[in-house]
Design a protein around this ligand. Sequence first.
Ligand code: 5RP
Length: 220
Amino acid sequence: MESKRIAAEKAAAYIRAGMIVGLGTGSTAYWAIQKIGKNVKEGLSIQAVATSVHSENLAKELGIPVLSISEVDSIDLTIDGADEVDDSWNLIKGGGGALLREKIVASMSKELIIIVDESKKVNQLGKFPLPVEIVQFGNEVTQKRLGKLGCVPQLRMSEDQAFLTDNGNYIVDCHFEHIIQPHELNTTINMIPGVVDNGLFIKLATRVIVGYNDGSVVEL
Ligand SMILES: O=C(CO)[C@H](O)[C@H](O)COP(=O)(O)O
C-alpha cells in the first residue's frame, strides 16, 4: 500500500499547470488520482481524461475536471499502473479490466509514467495471465484460437457471470507463464478476429517509477 502510494506521489510531481492528464486505473493509480485531487484543491489547474468509469467517478468526486476522450487530440502526461514491467519497460496491463481504454489513452500521451510496487518488476513477462479483451459474438472460437498460441485461456468471471468491461466486452486471461517475444505476440493476438486488444503495452512507457516496501522509491 505504502509502496504504491510513494510511487504514485512521485509521478504526480511531474504534472504542470495547464496539462491534460491521463488517469490510470487500479489500486496504484488510485493514489495518483488522490494526490492530483489534493493538488487541484490547492489550486493546480489541469484537465483530466480517465481510463475507466471507476477512475472517472473518483476524479469527479475529488473535484478534478474530467474531459471526454472525444474532446482531446493529445494528452500531455498519463500516470497508470501495471501488472508486470520487464527490463525493456514492456508491460502487461489489464488486471483491472481497463486495458483497452488504457491503451488508447497511452497511445495519445506524450508521456506515460508507469507506477508500480516492487512485486511488478520481472525479467520476462508472462507469469501474470495476459488479459485479452474480446467481443461477445463468437467468443468461444476466439478463446480456442487464443489457446492455440500456447496459453491456457480463461474467461474472466465476476461472481457467476462473465466479467464485462466498460466497453461491454469480455476479458480472457491467457496463462502463458513465459512470453518470449512480446512484440510479436501483441501483433499475433490482435490479428485474431473478435479480439479488440490485449494487455501487452510495447514501447509505450516513457518512465517507470517503482515503490519499495522499505519506503524508498526509484525512477528507472
Ligand atoms: O492495468 C490495470 C487495470 O486494467 C492496472 O493498472 C493494473 O492491473 C495494476 O493494478 P494495481 O495498481 O491495482 O496493481
